[in-house]
Design a binder for this molecule. Structure first.
Ligand code: MRU
Length: 369
């Protein structure tokens, strides 16, 4: 991603050298997404507890990025205490930071299991190497998703020459939700870079407004034409022929292609189905939970604070970051953060290995290895 012309990833590390090269401290840096789009602020974490805070307060968010952050949490835990017991405890705490995106437990377990095969004295440097590898892999998976999704957009563009392709997306599944490139937005960036006339309808995505705050911001940084709509506008636009395709990301996908993603995705899929508009989820393999057969029973849906429904954040007319309460004090609020779109509403899953119909996900994924 390029922000104001400068290359960034969402998370990276650096070494702080103390008392000569022998005493190196690991510093994990990341973009604090709670300040965007108004402030571009980076934070530093030097303990795994700080990473847990960053994940649960959503300074870092998006399934692949919380996976990468969890991995770095393990590296920081190693610096503190590389014993088996301490690492297992840190892994447990990191995985508990957010329950729905399977990428978090996938990444933390991957690092933990690899570290347990090493001598304690070797673990710290090895953990950092594994984190860099995991981040590079995330970028490569997303780039491949971009290329597979590009073919779908190219076909649509051919079917309506001299008119823009209108794509609707929900939440933020772009650069900011991954280490780089994004999942749902990777095909959009690839299409834009290939010169396709493309326009994105950006769902604001209440209650935390990841669409309005983050997706709109990164599309603007890349130069992609887009319009922010309130969450209730999608059905109307579909009814009027103004949506050619929906692409969303996912936090967990079942082996049969059911898609768990940001709350509100299910409603968009229902509306798309009613209007025969193709609905795709862009999903790197660490987001597929092959153990899940019955998504409604097996996928834990994060319940977040009702305050996120009650309070809305932004900048006021004086340019100051502020929050305002939009509800009667006595009214209760409920805040489920994700929902499940059943496979029969999903046209295809765009993975790094190709695009598969939900019913073909397991077989197609295996055969394309
Ligand atoms: O609660 P968030 O902001 O972490 O939710 C993010 C999403 O729902 C994304 O669509 C999903 O993680 C896919 S990210 C590539």
């Amino acid at each position: 991603m390029k922000i104001n012309g400068k290359n960034y990833r969402t998370i990276w590390h650096q070494w702080l050298t103390q008392n000569g090269a022998k005493n190196k401290a690991l510093i994990v840096e990341y973009i604090n997404q709670n300040k965007l789009p108004h402030q571009l602020l980076t934070e530093q974490a030097q303990s795994y507890q700080q990473i847990i805070h960053a994940i649960s307060s959503m300074q870092v968010r998006g399934a692949p990025l919380i996976g990468a952050s969890g991995a770095y949490g393990m590296a920081l835990a190693c610096a503190e205490n590389p014993s088996d017991e301490a690492l297992k405890q840190a892994a447990h705490e990191l995985i508990s930071a957010r329950p729905t995106a399977v990428n978090l437990s996938w990444a933390v377990q991957r690092i933990l299991q690899a570290l347990l095969t090493q001598a304690e004295s070797e673990r710290f440097e090895y953990a950092v190497e594994l984190c860099s590898q995991l981040c590079d892999e995330d970028v490569a998976l997303n780039q491949a998703i971009g290329q597979h999704g590009l073919s779908l957009i190219q076909s649509l563009a051919k079917s309506k020459p001299f008119q823009p392709v209108h794509i609707l997306t929900h939440c933020n599944a772009g650069w900011l939700a991954t280490v780089d490139w994004g999942t749902a937005l990777a095909p959009i960036y690839a299409a834009y870079d290939a010169g396709i006339d493309i326009h994105v309808w950006v769902d604001e995505t209440r209650p935390r407004n990841q669409g309005a705050a983050l997706t709109a911001w990164e599309l603007a940084q890349h130069g992609v034409a887009h319009t922010v709509i309130c969450d209730n506008a999608g059905g109307h636009l579909m009814q009027h022929g103004q949506v050619d395709m929906v692409i969303v990301g996912a936090d967990r996908v079942s082996r049969h292609g059911d898609v768990c993603n940001k709350i509100g995705t299910y409603l968009k899929a229902l509306a798309a189905h009613a209007h025969q508009i193709p609905f795709y989820a862009a999903v790197p393999s660490p987001t597929i939970d092959w153990q899940v057969e019955q998504p409604l029973k097996q996928i834990p849906i994060e319940m977040r604070s009702p305050d996120e429904v009650r309070w809305v954040s932004g900048i006021d007319r004086d340019g100051k970051l502020n929050s305002v309460n939009i509800m009667p004090e006595a009214s209760p609020a409920l805040n489920p953060a994700f929902d499940v779109t059943p496979a029969h509403l999903v046209t295809g899953i765009i993975t790094e290995r190709g695009v598969f119909a939900p019913s073909q996900l397991a077989a197609g994924y295996r055969e394309s290895a």
